[in-house]
Write a protein that binds this ligand. Sequence first.
Ligand code: NIG
Ligand code: FE
Length: 421
Amino acid sequence: MTEQIKILRSNSIYTGISDRPLIDGYILIQGSKILELKEGEITAGDLAKSDKVYDFRAKTITPGLIDSHTHLVHGGSREKELALKLAGASYMEIHKVGGIKSTVAATRAASSQELRLKAQKTLENMLRHGTTTVEAKSGYGLDLETELRVLRINRELDKIQPMTVVSTYMGAHDLPKEFDHNEAYIDFMINEVMPKVKEEGLAEFVDVFCEEGIFSLEDTRKIGEAAKKMGFKLKIHADEIESMGGAGLAAELGATSSEHLMAIADEDIPRMADSGTVAVVLPATTFFLRAERFAPAKKMRAEGVTVAIASDYNPGSSPCENLQMAMDMACFGMGLEPLEILEGVTINAAKAVNLDDQYGSLEAGKYADFTIFDASSPDYIFYHFGVNNVTDVFKWGEQVLCDRNLNTEAVDRVLANKNSH
Ligand code: NIG
Ligand code: FE
């Protein structure tokens, strides 16, 4: 049986293709994939061969949004830190009295069932706000058992709900209380944890929190080189608070991405451009930390760096799974243009998770993932801020969110299709 052909049409389609980013036209899809993208009115021939036409003429269609940096699976929440933050405590001051360590305790204490249900609820919220693919880091277990548990949940989540989940092992998020110093913990990660993660195929990436007082540049190099040898791709949390040269190291190691970058050194920007390391910037984190600066996204773009924008969803520095919030802050905080931001949450984000051959732009052969905004132009998405502008979401050709309502039958079809692969 040949699969049905469907058409989505709009006069405002953001394509993720650099030489024709915005078109008035239509997308032909067959099954879970894009068949063709065309400009202008639907031809009589295309109309005749299609089974269904979705008319989104007053709305804006984009490739499904990709949230390329989150710490999805964790236990508990940290609203207790709010008063400290408002009293002026810095992220590192809070880190010393709780911070990541308190989430590690909550995550270890939670059952897998609790962790999975909490993450599933978050994923549903993400989907309702337009996200169709999400990167998810571990790093709130730190011990072998909890890290493997969290990474297995990442794998399971990819199968039991419609969004694509890309898994990252981030044992190097903090020094756990069982270890006195980084050296012994790094040996433990390299010799005990990473081989098991690899053997079970639980993560595509390894990430390190390279920061003053967390993991040094030398620590990061050691972990990064070992991870590369085992066949992992790299991501590095670099220059978030202090300028340490983390972005330069990411470029030198050939990391797929370098993330945060609020304090990136000027000389590391061309290094990232040369190595093709994607800069994942996280403006909602600057906002929530009440930090003074955003990552210099405009400058990085001007110097040829591929810039992606993500939520950094996590319980400490960005407890917000709505990617539109980060997009608004990229606009009004960083001064990026609407089309630059859409590029940052579609094709550039796909590059940050190494899935740009399958997702991120409206090209033939890629998955039919789309986000539809109640906005007649990209500008309107940013202009009408603070509300959820997403009304419809397509995953693998199925309309899983329909006029703001989840369509459980469409979700079931996506799951059946995913699990048959
Ligand atoms: O990306 N920077 C490191 N990790 C998270 C925050 C972790 C936490 O505070 O729980 C981040 O900001
Ligand atoms: Fe992060």
